[in-house]
Design a protein around this ligand. Sequence first.
Ligand SMILES: Cc1cc2nc3c(=O)[nH]c(=O)nc-3n(C[C@H](O)[C@H](O)[C@H](O)COP(=O)(O)OP(=O)(O)OC[C@H]3O[C@@H](n4cnc5c(N)ncnc54)[C@H](O)[C@@H]3O)c2cc1C
Length: 388
Amino acid sequence: MRIGIVGLGMGGATLACLLADDGHDVTVVEQAEDPSPVGAGIWLQALGQQVLERLDLLQPLRAASRTVERVEIVTADGRSLVDLGYDALPGSTAALGVHRGDLFALLLQQVRRRGVPLRLGVPVTGVRPTVGGMTIETADGDLATYDLVVGCDGSRSRVRWSMGVTVRDRAYDYGALWAIVDDPAETATDTLFQCLGGTSTYLGVLPTGCGRTSLFWSVRQRDMAATLAAGLPAWRQSAAAYAGPHADLLDRVEVLLPATYRDVVVRTPYRLGAVLVGDSAHAMSPQLGTGTSLALADAWTLAHTLRTERDLESALAAYARHRAAHLRWYQWTTRMMMPVFQSDLAPLAWPRDALAPLVTRLPGVPGLLVGTLCGDRTTPWTTWRLPG
Ligand SMILES: Cc1cc2nc3c(=O)[nH]c(=O)nc-3n(C[C@H](O)[C@H](O)[C@H](O)COP(=O)(O)OP(=O)(O)OC[C@H]3O[C@@H](n4cnc5c(N)ncnc54)[C@H](O)[C@@H]3O)c2cc1C
């Protein structure tokens, strides 16, 4: 088939490789003129690692990453809320702390190696069905027509918008400022560290290997500009109380960059001739560090159903069916977590701080939590597998 992929991010680049390998005539359309390896550190769970392994990319990624074996959540006044090792679930695979740019560079290299045509610097405004397929629209007119257009254009997807399938598209009040700092001694070791102050403030420290560490600072979207304008010294002063053993890293921050989150739900991720993959279909808050893994799982599943179903309509319906329960679990869980981690609902901090240390030690609970982190749950007790 002639397939147009809109968006060269995590999902789009992965899908381009998979579809090109299956012999489709694939073109990627991306708004950035020069897609470059930028972005914060990401916590890449076992599910995403499985997809990368099938593309033979896990080994090189591991070499540039850090294994994250533990999650430690404390409060600014020194209480331990969660101390969870991936070994709480026998047989589970620990996460990787990955520089987003390193993962993107690997994927981009594979897309280029397969000779997939890239149309860069083209912001897509929508899609519409026309004679001969689905046409990609831009502000300068129609771009091209394909048998299938895949919207991999992230949380603010124009493809989704033009398909008319959105049920919920809400910007969260809170987002994060992030930085990548040099950490040659790798003081952040193998642990994702989070220090919370009430429900509105936290500092996250994620080791990403090769002597680098990512920092995340929770902030209301409407306060981001003011926090940045106040300058790094003022921010360091606020963050110092949350840095615990990582205080030295604050001094190495040279620039803070803003990131926002959305909560997106679609009625169905496809219409005949157009389908959504990744954040375009199910953007969520990054509390569980599963967004990239879910985008990669979508890409894998779509390539699989296009390969195995008898026609395009059945393939898109099978894709939606395969992904539904899995995505529902992660959308629901992240939505439930947001108020206790990043919100103005300050009274929730007290029950959270009182209950978290007890609940997370109850028999069976650490295993359930690690299972959810690994990225393959459809409920606490049932799992999802990559098809094929
Ligand atoms: C602060 C923060 C921390 C995160 N941490 C983690 C984490 O630890 N672990 C994890 O797994 N996930 C994390 N995520 C989520 C993760 O980044 C996303 O889920 C993942 O990138 C989704 O991939 P995607 O391909 O759907 O979208 P993206 O990677 O966002 O790619 C979308 C692409 O589409 C392009 N595009 C957009 N609009 C258009 C248009 N109109 N025309 C053409 N091109 C367009 C964009 O330029 C981009 O290249 C985090 C997100 C945030 C904001």
